[in-house]
Design a protein around this ligand. Structure first.
Ligand code: NAP
Length: 307
């Protein structure tokens, strides 16, 4: 049976950093990626907090990480994990195209956008609802834009969309943002963004062809209000990409992975890194840090298996 030292699930900053550390430690490693290398980073407009580089495009930084992996000849398979089995001293990762056996696993599968689950969400998917301004923003040049949410994602999306939109309305369900002050200040300085507080989205509205606006209810009084827009970005939080973990007892109630400071889970040989972890900070730099720690922890773990 072919047995890897480590299978890394996900080629975002966490997974690619884990791959770099694993390869440099001489482990037989493979990174699995179901979409494209970089994860959320690849869809980020500008990165201003990667030490040593004051500003760089997200796609460019992701490409540099990918090139670094390629230069080290790290094996990368474009295949998605669909299941994970623990057999004690080895694990089986099920994928879209088969299965891979490995002594250890690093889950670095990241997150996806949470849906609002309100009327019109399916109808106007791809017809005015988008989750990525970097990907879709230019399609809505000159159009009225709505962004929903009060976190960093929403504030960054609102600021970025002013490159294309006639104007942007950023709608929070409370009167207090969650976003970092630097993002709140950027939006406050941007004359094309209008911030509306205390309105919760209740329906996506549109005609037979496309979205025309969003209906909101005042979070305290319930008063209805319609805000017109040709495109809406609902940025209302993240869900962990852990469906393939199944019943393995390594998740918290919200399906994020619980780890120790060495990135180990409660199952020996299974580690996690990056946004998919139950963690206090989700940044590129923390994901990269997690990836390095997970790989180094595995080096030590494999030594215990051999001894
Ligand atoms: P988030 O921080 O969890 O914020 C989600 C926002 O959506 C909150 O303002 C929340 O409102 C709102 N919300 C949730 N459900 C809603 C609903 N049904 N209707 C209306 N609003 C709703 O999510 P995020 O902005 O995607 O960020 C996720 C993580 O990634 C965070 O740790 C964030 O710091 C990190 N991140 C960092 C950066 C950066 O540092 N540059 C960029 C992007 C993301 P309440 O506040 O009322 O709950």
């Amino acid at each position: 049976m072919e047995l890897y030292d480590v299978v890394i699930i996900g080629a975002g900053p966490a997974g690619m950093t884990a791959g770099i550390y694993a390869q440099r430690a001489g482990l037989k490693a493979v990174i699995l990626e179901g979409h494209f290398p970089g994860g959320k980073l690849a869809n980020t407009a500008e990165v201003g907090n990667w030490p040593g580089i004051p500003e760089i495009g997200g796609a460019e930084l992701a490409t540099k990480m990918y090139e670094h992996c390629s230069a080290l000849e790290i094996e990368l398979k474009f295949d998605a994990a669909t299941g994970l089995e623990d057999h004690g001293n080895y694990k089986t990762v099920h994928t879209n195209s088969g299965e891979i056996n490995t002594k250890t696993v690093i889950i670095a599968s990241g997150t996806r956008e949470r849906k609002l689950n309100i009327p019109g969400e399916d109808t106007y998917a791809s017809r005015g609802i988008s989750y990525c301004a970097v990907c879709d923003g230019a399609l809505f040049r000159g159009e009225k834009t709505i962004v929903i949410g009060g976190g960093n994602s929403a504030y960054e999306e609102a600021d970025y969309m002013t490159r294309f939109a006639s104007d942007v309305t950023l709608v929070l369900r409370r009167d207090v943002p969650r976003a970092d002050q630097i993002n709140v200040d950027a939006v406050a300085r941007n004359p094309k963004v209008n911030v509306v507080y205390n309105y919760t989205p209740t329906a996506f509205l549109g005609n037979d062809d496309h979205l025309t606006g969003v209906e909101f209810a005042h979070s305290k009084t319930g008063e209805k209000r319609i805000i017109e827009g040709r495109v809406v970005f609902p940025m209302v939080g993240l869900l962990a990409n852990t469906d393939f973990v199944g019943e393995l007892p390594i998740l918290n109630d919200e399906k994020f992975i619980i780890t120790g400071t060495d990135m180990s889970t409660s199952i020996p040989g299974i580690y996690a890194a990056g946004d998919v972890r139950d963690t206090v900070l989700r940044q590129i730099v923390t994901a990269a840090s997690d990836g390095s720690i997970a790989a180094q922890s595995i080096v030590k773990y494999l030594q215990t298996l051999e001894s």
